[in-house]
Design a protein around this ligand. Structure first.
Ligand code: ATP
Ligand code: XMP
Ligand code: GLN
Ligand code: MG
Length: 511
């Protein structure tokens, strides 16, 4: 059995990133809401606990607190940002809302290279995101490092294995954050790093077998990375109890249905059923312009389609989906405290009453972990390296009302962009790329004639897990070539722009 780390979630947008970083050290961890009881914590039996950040302020009266008993368990605890502030207040220190907000990069000056900071330089770049700050440190703590604005940037309890970081070691901008986590877990927590994608597969096979018994499981198979990996994992586990369904929503990319069929012709045993529901989806979206309403309608329509199909078989009780961690976190949260960004159709869009129980074996994984699992399961490069494509499809890339003609226009533009990326060896170097159709028309001149047509935006981003992203610095000659082809070949689009926003503050999709 592998060692376990418990991450208590106080509602930070980065809690999942902490988990990702811990997992990347081949250490198993789970995120639980901060309210879980001491008994639950003890039965999980973690070797170490990490307290996440939080949007709330520990200087406020009813700020969230963990079970008192966690300080007596005798296991190492690392508090990150809000988590550190909890540690300080527990031992009688004070936190003051500061008038200076410290947000972004800062230089950490290390004064004491103890076990937690072993192997780091004297100065390290770290990433801060707080406004509250420790104003008095309890006697039992010592300071290990400071920044210009934070005199208590890293603290350690003098006798117990309790540590606090004002900065965020889990975000990519903290260059050596992973080293700090590694020191905490492996040096201090003495945890053995033995959790691998292979271990994940084996454990899940066991779990799913128990859950499913000899029942049938319906699977939404989009041909994307997540559901394809889910399909192969489930097929390996329950064989032809699995019923994979591909739904053509009419909001797919150019020739998508045909291409998915072609790819999966290599897996005849999967017995995929192809359902054309494009008319239903398109008609339900008529007149709808609000992004959240679109997402909800699409989510509901998916479930209706699945339930209808399930009704055609005897005894289908389960619906499997390729839901990932980022889908879960951005739709809702473990503690209900994180701000809602958008409803990813497969999670937030689910209707309250659903007759099928969900099976989501990848729910705890990030994209890169899913790709590793897929590779281990023997899926081809062409599926593993595919760019993510959202369940609501082109509906969230057509700003304003969706109709079949706009879908057709966007498909053509998107296909030009993607095929050029592939031809020029740029497809695999960008994380995700696509075109967006804007609801505005602009004036142009074509063949000496005035045109008044639509605008299309190109979007390409570099990311690791979709949680944060930078726009891809595609070469200008390339963008020019794509723009020329789109204006020349797609009648109805006469202007192309390139989106240079990062996430945050923008999201990857436009809606
Ligand atoms: N057209 C579709 N037909 C059937 N199921 C779908 C379809 N689109 C989405 N789904 C279901 O919704 C889930 C979430 O979609 P999502 O786009 O996140 O994953 P994916 O398509 O499997 O992978 P990727 O993120 O790489 O596109 C899918 O895993 C799948 O179960
Ligand atoms: O399964 C999904 N259902 C959805 O509703 C959905 N919305 C966005 N995405 C994909 O998630 C990643 C992050 O997207 P955003 O920055 O736009 O939130 C990007 O990769 C998006 O393409 C979705 N995936
Ligand atoms: N990132 C955090 O955990 C922030 C904690 C707290 N809300 C602050 O502003 O200091
Ligand atoms: Mg997809």
């Amino acid at each position: 059995m592998h060692n376990k780390v418990l991450i208590l979630d106080f509602g930070s947008q980065y809690t999942q990133l902490i988990a990702r970083k811990v997992r990347s050290l081949n250490i198993y961890c789970e995120i639980q809401p901060y309210q879980i009881s001491l008994e639950q914590i003890q039965s999980f039996a973690p070797q170490a606990i990490i307290l996440s950040g939080s949007p709330s302020s520990s200087s406020k009266k009813n700020s969230p607190k963990p079970e008192e008993g966690i300080w007596q368990l005798g296991i190492p605890i690392l508090g990150i940002c809000y988590g550190m502030q909890l540690l300080v207040t527990h031992y009688g220190g004070t936190i003051l809302p500061s008038d200076k907000r410290e947000y972004g990069s800062a230089i950490l000056n290390i004064i004491n290279h103890n076990e937690l900071l072993a192997g780091l330089g004297d100065r390290e770049e770290v990433w801060m995101s707080h406004s509250d700050a420790v104003s008095s440190l309890p006697e039992c703590f010592s300071v290990l490092a400071k920044t210009d604005q934070s005199p208590y940037a890293v603290i350690a309890h003098k006798e117990l294995p309790f540590y606090g970081l004002q900065f965020h070691p889990e975000v990519a901008n903290t260059k050596n954050g992973i080293k700090v986590l590694e020191n905490f877990l492996i040096r201090i927590g003495k945890i053995t790093a033995n959790w691998t994608p292979n271990a994940f597969i084996n454990e899940n096979i066991e779990k799913i077998r128990k859950q499913v018994g000899n029942q049938k499981v319906l699977l939404g198979l989009s041909g994307g990375v997540d559901s394809s990996v889910t399909a192969v994992l489930l097929y390996k586990t329950i064989g032809n109890q699995l019923l994979p369904i591909f739904v053509d929503t009419g909001l797919m990319r150019y020739k998508e249905a045909e291409r998915v069929k072609q790819t999966f012709s290599a897996y005849p045993d999967l017995n995929i059923r192809y359902v054309d529901a494009s008319k239903t989806f398109i008609s339900k979206l008529k007149g709808i312009t609000d992004p959240e309403t679109k997402r909800k309608i699409i989510g509901n329509t998916f479930i209706e389609v699945f339930e209808k199909i399930a009704g055609e078989y005897e005894e289908v009780h389960f619906l499997a989906q390729g839901t990932l961690y980022p889908d879960v976190i951005e739709s809702a949260t473990f503690t209900g405290m994180t701000a809602k960004i958008k409803s990813h159709h497969n999670v937030g869009g689910l209707p309250e009453k659903m007759n099928l129980a969900l099976i989501e074996p990848l729910r705890e994984l990030f994209k890169d972990e899913v790709r590793e699992v897929g590779t281990l399961l023997g899926l081809p490069e062409s599926i593993i390296q595919r760019h993510p494509f959202p369940g609501p499809g082109l509906a969230v890339r057509i700003i304003g009302e969706v109709n079949a003609e706009k879908v057709r226009l966007l498909q053509l533009a998107d296909e030009i962009f993607i095929s050029e990326l592939q031809k020029n060896g740029l497809y695999n170097t960008t994380w995700q790329a696509f075109a967006v159709l804007l609801p505005i028309r602009t004036v142009g001149v074509m063949g000496d004639e005035r045109s008044y047509d639509q605008v299309c935006a190109l979007r390409a981003v570099d990311s690791i897990d979709g949680m944060t992203a930078n726009f891809t610095q595609l070469p200008m000659w390339f963008l020019q070539k794509v723009a020329n082809r789109i204006c020349n070949e797609v009648k109805g689009i006469s202007r192309v722009v390139y989106d240079i926003s990062s996430k945050p503050p923008a999201t990857i999709e436009w809606e």
